[in-house]
Design a binder for this molecule. Structure first.
Ligand code: CA
Length: 513
């Protein structure tokens, strides 16, 4: 991190205090957007350029270790709103949870403090949004093309591509807002969530490019336990031809949309059927197809981020608006042979986080402290000068944005995942994460066991050293720290059976919660 000098920090603070209007907050949140697929993060594979998301980082701060409390869509969103872990906000899994909208959330508190609040796009919490002056959400997971949406309780049908629709509605709300009030806009994309269906204008955008493979694409899970071996989320076995690899067209498409869809996917399918691939070649073909689709969806996300940034500039409010780009969790892009998320491992645990606030955040800075989606609520409240309720478990990282990390900032982070066995058979686990280590306990399936990873020596997390004698002291220290965190975070000792969730593998039909 490039530290601000004491003098410039003081000046920034003074300017901010004198300027006085409360800052606006634009929170742009995507679904399953891996940091590896943002060029500001400099992934070794150089998967794609995201010039507009990078604008946020270039003019603000990039966080390199923003960790999520429970790496799953609904639970992450509930944590963002409440500033609490799943076991306290009640949204522990995606299958049998409905968000209790009577809870205290940061949008409600901002609204009470005079902010105008809106949420547009993916919601995924079952109940209707509360604490928003305006809301227009996708039901359930939402659809990529011509999606139904619910606007203030009424279902509407919107033609077009979901990311453009969310961008359009976000800008329309900004245009028509009450300009006398500060505002919170939560603009939340469906993309790049499974099944990674791109805007039709971006089909084939990368031509015949072959993407670099991650070094662990053919991971054999040696050196780890049954959880890693027995999951159901590999590109090889779990990825479906019809839906994920687009052998069947998305629904609903207009005849014109269908023509564009077929023009790209039919030749791809025909080429595959002729090739008769086997073994590793088959996995490689699936990985390449996955990357072409997943990355193409992000092109529209990036374009719409650019449109929102442009609007703020044209409107003359960019200097008094804090812009956040993040995702509900990370995502595996072939690492360990996987897609999806859920695990405590880095690609899943770490969400991208870029924050821009002219005059407050030093442009082009980066930070490696352990921050979390748990901290967003407290941070936004402090930005708005609203006291943070004691029940919130996160901590404002506004001082870090200003280049002044508090000396007692967290050095360890608690993680817990519940949803099992459907849909991806990732065993429930919890653990403690530090800058160097992860101590993990797998529980709830009758195969209770522990793993320890040393990220300094094993950044790809391929070998548990829990049983290695030289780590005995580390294991003892981290076990104690884990107990301390569980205690101060009020984690219940036992997990009720219904917290694990469903046993059926549901269809992603865009209508369920
Ligand atoms: Ca997600």
């Amino acid at each position: 991190m490039k530290p601000l000098t004491a003098i410039s920090s003081a000046l920034v603070g003074a300017t901010f205090a004198a300027a006085s209007p409360l800052p606006n907050i634009v929170f742009i949140y995507s679904d399953d957007h891996a940091y590896q697929a943002i060029s500001a993060y400099g992934d070794a594979r150089k998967l794609l350029a995201t010039p507009n998301i990078d604008r946020i980082g270039r003019s603000g701060m990039r966080f390199d270790r923003c960790l999520v409390t429970n790496s799953l869509c609904g639970p992450a969103r509930a944590t963002v709103l409440t500033g609490k872990y799943s076991h306290l906000n009640g949204f522990v899994n995606n299958w049998n949870c409905t968000f209790d909208g009577a809870q205290t959330t940061f949008p409600k508190l901002l609204q009470e403090a005079g902010y105008q609040t809106a949420i547009i796009g993916k919601w995924h919490l079952g109940s209707e949004p509360t604490g928003f002056d305006f809301w227009q959400i996708l039901p359930g997971q939402g659809r990529y093309y011509n999606p139904p949406m619910i606007r203030m309780g009424r279902e509407i049908q919107v033609p077009g591509y979901v990311t453009d629709i969310i961008g359009d509605a976000s800008i329309e709300w900004l245009r028509t807002r009450d300009k006398k009030k500060p505002f919170l806009l939560m603009s939340q994309n469906k993309a790049p969530h499974r099944e990674w269906a791109p805007a039709l204008r971006h089909l084939g955008a990368d031509g015949a490019r072959r993407y670099s493979e991650p070094p662990t694409l053919f991971d054999d899970y040696h050196g780890r336990g049954i959880a890693e071996r027995d999951q159901d989320m590999t590109i090889e076995k779990t990825m479906t031809y019809d839906r994920d690899l687009k052998f069947k067209p998305q629904s609903p498409l207009t005849p014109e949309q269908r023509k564009q869809w077929d023009a790209y996917y039919e030749p791809r399918k025909a080429e595959f059927q002729t090739a008769d691939l086997q073994g590793e070649d088959l996995v490689r073909w699936k990985y390449q197809s996955y990357m072409h689709d997943y990355l193409a969806t992000i092109r529209a996300v990036d374009e719409n981020v650019g449109r929102i940034l442009d609007y703020l500039e044209q409107e003359g409010i960019a200097d008094n608006t804090i812009v956040i780009y993040s995702s509900d969790q990370g995502f595996f892009l072939g690492e360990h042979g996987w897609f999806d998320k859920r695990w405590i491992f880095e690609e899943s645990l770490r969400a991208p986080l870029l924050v821009r606030w002219p005059g407050v955040i030093e442009p082009g800075s980066s930070n490696a402290d352990l921050v979390s989606n748990l901290d967003f609520a407290a941070t936004f409240l402090e930005v708005a000068g609203v006291p943070v309720p004691a029940e919130m478990q996160g901590r404002s990282f506004l001082p870090i944005l200003k280049g002044r990390r508090p000396p007692d900032w967290r050095q360890s982070f608690y993680y817990q995942f519940y949803e099992y066995p459907a849909p991806h058979r990732v065993r429930p686990h919890y653990g403690v994460v530090t800058n160097r280590y992860k101590l993990v306990r797998f529980y709830g399936t009758g195969e209770d066991y522990w793993e320890l990873f040393d990220l300094d020596r094993d950044p790809q997390e391929l070998r548990s050293v829990y049983q290695v004698p030289e780590y005995a002291t580390t294991v003892a220290e981290l076990t104690q720290e884990l107990g301390r965190l569980r205690s101060i975070l009020n984690v219940p000792v036992g997990v009720p059976n219904d917290w694990y969730g469903g046993t059926q593998t549901p269809a992603y039909d865009g209508t369920r919660k």
